[in-house]
Design a protein around this ligand. Structure first.
Ligand SMILES: [Zn+2]
Length: 473
């Protein structure tokens, strides 16, 4: 029976009222945010609406968040604003614990990449809620996590939570580029403020939505190492009307052609073996079999070849890669080239060394006349171990909040600030409870956004994870 047909009979009127109440009550209840959600939303809005692109800097944002922490009861000595200059200040706050274990560091960066109004359909530096999403520059990289961490530190403080170990929050400058990387600066100038047993870097890892379904929660344990070479061929040149077979461009091009056909040997480590083993569970047929075959030691070469052919991502997870990215040659249209130069960018397996890669490159180019020099030296970044303490806690909370979602360790092909921590001997893990659609990545792009549900669930995830990792009451 549809409700609107019976309004003029008294008992039925009551029934209709009840019917309407039942229909609408859940929505009314779901839509009113909790006090914690309201706080997390307010901090998020404030942060998005403070421009922290490189030219502007991070100081205003750091001070705004510090003011909130102080207002929530953090002591003066537990809220520090420090940095190399007036524009690039970092925020470091500490929730003191019982000292039963070494501190835990929570990390996010405050800076965002540029966003031009004309490229976006809405103002990138205005916090906009629209059709179930929060929009703005930094909503997925990485202000959603900076706001999440501050909201949770305030919540834990207000609840009088006493962790067994100190929790340190570092919100830093220049992760996206710029001369004043905050993590590197803190490690060099104020290591005592951030020294910890290990770090949770919220700027990596995180939940993955595939075709509308929450499928997996990635924990980043390692990153490939960034290394760039320049290749150069010199020649005496001459008039282009008198060409000889000896030509700088041809020589370099032939070397690059040899490189284009070369693949570095298959490599796996604890992270990628565990990754492929767990991913196999979500695959079927040959792909599943191949994933299990590369997860074995030694990895099955044929299986690796098939996976590499099927996906550039899997290929990048199975070996060091070096690729030509830039080319310059010649100085005049009518002159034989005297210099030909190429840039080759490599992403090393954390276990590979720059010296080995350079030697391999020299062997593959197989031409003494192609001079190799290093443009961006490798910054060693040893993989962080798959510790049960961290993985166990992430798995427990993930299962509680998203039954059926599995946790998978990942090695990322790009770099984050974990590089500095790992290089300084501090294990670092990319962990976040924010879920994003793998086919709709908008970080650094236009109309950047995060789902409203994803945001609030991500904040709740971090609250539970902090309590699980910190111990205490
Ligand atoms: Zn980032």
């Amino acid at each position: 029976m549809r409700c609107n047909e019976v309004v003029n009979r008294p008992r039925l009127k009551i029934l209709v009222t009840l019917c309407l109440a039942v229909t609408f009550l859940p929505k009314a209840r779901a839509q009113s945010p909790t006090a914690e959600q309201q706080l997390a939303r307010d901090i998020f809005r404030e942060l998005i609406e403070i421009n922290t692109t490189e030219p502007v800097g991070t100081t205003k944002a750091a001070e705004a968040l510090a003011a909130r922490l102080r207002a929530a009861g953090f002591a003066e000595e537990d809220v520090k604003i420090v940095g190399p200059n007036a524009r690039k200040q970092n925020l470091v706050a500490r929730l003191r614990g019982g000292g039963a274990a070494r501190p835990l560091l929570l990390l996010a960066h405050l800076d965002v990449v540029e966003a031009l109004r004309e490229d976006w359909t809405l103002d990138p530096f205005k916090f906009t809620e629209q059709e179930g999403y929060f929009y703005g520059r930094g909503t997925s990289d990485i202000k959603e996590e900076a706001a999440d961490l501050v909201a949770n530190f305030i919540r834990l403080k207000r609840e009088g939570f006493k962790p067994d170990r100190d929790l340190i929050l570092a919100l830093t400058a220049d992760e996206e580029g710029g001369p004043d990387n905050g993590v590197a600066w803190l490690l060099k100038n104020h290591r005592e403020l951030i020294d910890a047993a290990y770090a949770v870097n919220t700027d990596a890892g995180g939940g993955q939505i595939v075709k509308g379904r929450h499928v997996r929660n990635a924990v980043q344990t390692s990153e490939k190492v960034y290394l760039t070479f320049a290749l150069e061929v010199k020649n005496r040149g001459g008039h282009s009307s008198l060409p000889s077979k000896e030509n700088a461009i041809y020589r370099l091009a032939e070397g690059l052609a040899r490189l284009s056909k070369f693949d570095f040997p298959v490599r796996t480590n604890d992270t990628t073996r565990a990754y492929f083993e767990r991913m196999a569970a979500g695959e079927s047929g040959q792909t599943a079999a191949d994933m299990l075959a590369v997860a074995r030691t030694p990895a099955d070469e044929a299986a690796a070849a098939r996976l590499s052919a099927s996906s550039v991502y899997y290929n990048a997870l199975l070996r060091t890669t070096c690729v030509a990215t830039q080319l310059q040659a010649g100085h005049a249209e009518n002159a034989l080239p005297q210099t030909a130069r190429a840039t080759v960018n490599c992403r090393l397996f954390p276990e590979d060394t720059a010296a080995d890669v350079e030697q391999t490159l020299r062997r593959v180019l197989a031409d003494e006349q192609i001079k190799i020099s290093t443009v961006s030296p490798a910054k060693p970044s040893p993989a962080s171990p798959l510790t049960p303490e961290l993985f166990g806690a992430v798995e427990r909370v993930t299962k509680e909040m998203w039954p059926g979602v599995y946790v998978v360790p990942v090695m990322e092909t790009g770099a984050s600030d974990s590089l500095w921590l790992r290089g300084a001997g501090v294990p670092a893990y990319g962990v976040s409870g924010m879920f994003f659609d793998v086919d709709d990545t908008r970080a650094h792009g236009r109309d950047e956004r995060v789902g409203v549900r994803s945001y609030f669930e991500g904040v709740e995830f971090m609250y539970r994870l902090l309590k699980a990792l910190a111990g205490g009451h």
